[in-house]
Design a protein around this ligand. Structure first.
Ligand code: ACO
Length: 371
């Protein structure tokens, strides 16, 4: 009784909560392995459909090919589009991040489709519809309708089509596909843990993934990229980097896109995304400016917390990449979920198949009943 836990205990730092074949994060070496491959080589050569097939095969001992997944996601996107009339009313009056949560909570089993595909296929359709509706509200335009999916193109290409209402350029598809692969799974992060906790009760995948999305939305996790862009906007120019960053740190603020619970060196996903942005440079990303901000912040964090390495995390370059793809910043977290849904569905399935009810304990530090 009344045993106070340390900060690390409260955060479950370094506590393994599952055995998984899906992904592995080595925080000391700065390595991420997804389904047996380093994230860098995966992003360079694999499509989102290929990596999703690997994750689902690992979780369910199935033998799906990239083509199988591409076909089932195409069908799932079409099905989701036909259900938008049911899903969208629950989002009325909400912003994109919250509206996405409400619509995802309305998903349910589709005849003849695995739950995994139903969920992963629906995500970009919902995100695309919410972005179109938000655009219509902002521009006071009438008649802007969600764009119907095209099951014949890749998940990345269709996501961009539905967001922008035009056929994307090949280099844009390549960049988004690299992003989707890079962030599709990442060990026992907060949203994946949440998903596994729900799945551990033998609740279904729809419940587990909805919970995972809720955990993703916070700024300490997948809600960080929008504030990263706000920070870059607020800094605005090279001369203002030092005064802005110094003042924010003096106020005790956390700088978005930096620091990680597990990585003690640079997040390996940051460089994978940086490479993807470089290939998109003509889309107007100001990488040199972002690079100067990054370098100054890293040095300032080293000075402030010499004992605790705080390096660039994936969200810094996510913000720049998604912005260069002209995705509205309010949709960054849902687009993260489009990718992470592959990992969540796989983890939920693996948990149901191999795991055990997750039920930790707590240390009671409250009042005791009078004798
Ligand atoms: N900026 C400034 N200081 C920071 C930052 C940061 N980004 N991150 C950590 N610190 C400081 C903390 O304030 C703390 O200082 P203190 O000891 O003086 O109180 C110290 O570094 C240690 O931090 P921890 O509490 O051990 O960090 P934790 O492991 O809980 O945090 C986290 C990890 C949440 C990612 C944190 O670094 C953070 O808030 N970063 C900013 C938000 C962000 O980028 N989120 C996206 C993460 S990536 C992802 O989830 C996809």
């Amino acid at each position: 009784m009344n045993i106070h836990l340390t900060k690390s205990q409260i955060g479950l730092d370094g506590v393994p909560a599952a055995e998984t074949v899906l992904s592995h994060v080595d925080g000391e070496r700065g390595e991420l392995i997804i389904a047996g491959e380093h994230v860098g080589s995966l992003a360079a050569k694999s499509s989102f459909e290929d990596v999703t097939a690997r994750l689902w095969n690992g979780a369910s001992k199935s033998n799906l090919s990239e083509a199988n997944v591409r076909a089932s996601l195409g069908t799932a996107r079409e099905r989701a589009f036909t259900r938008l009339d049911e899903l969208l009313p629950a989002t009325r009056g909400m912003g994109i991040v919250d509206g996405f949560r409400a619509a995802v909570a309305g998903l349910r089993a589709e005849h003849g489709l695995e739950h995994e595909a139903t969920i992963v296929g629906a995500f970009p359709v919902i995100a695309g519809a919410l972005v179109v509706i938000a655009g219509a509200l902002v521009r006071r335009a009438r008649g802007l309708e969600p764009v119907a999916p095209d099951p014949g193109v890749s998940h990345a290409a269709d996501t961009l089509r539905m967001l922008h209402g035009r056929a994307p350029a090949t280099r844009e598809v390549t960049a988004l596909d690299a992003y989707l692969v890079t962030v599709c799974d990442h060990g026992m992060n907060a949203s994946t843990f949440t998903t596994r906790v729900v799945a551990s009760t033998q609740a279904d995948l729809f419940a587990a993934v909805t919970a995972g999305y809720c955990a993703l939305t916070g700024p300490l996790h997948g809600g960080a990229p929008e504030p990263v862009l706000e920070m870059l906007d607020a800094i605005g120019s090279r001369e203002r980097i030092k005064p802005w960053v110094d003042a924010a740190l003096a106020r005790g603020e956390r700088l978005m896109g930096f620091g990680h619970r597990v990585y003690r060196v640079r997040d390996p996903r940051a460089d994978v995304l940086k490479t993807a942005i470089e290939a998109l440079a003509s889309n107007g990303a100001d990488l040199p400016f972002a690079g100067e901000v990054e370098a100054y912040i890293r040095a300032a964090l080293r000075k402030k917390n010499p004992e605790r390495p705080l390096e660039t995390n994936v969200e810094f370059f996510t913000a720049i990449l998604l912005d260069a793809l002209a995705i509205p910043r309010q949709a960054f977290t849902p687009i993260f979920a489009v990718a992470r849904a592959a990992g969540w569905t796989a983890h939920a399935r693996e948990q149901q198949r191999t795991g055990r009810l997750i039920r930790p304990s707590s240390s009671y530090v409250g009042a005791m009943p009078k004798a």
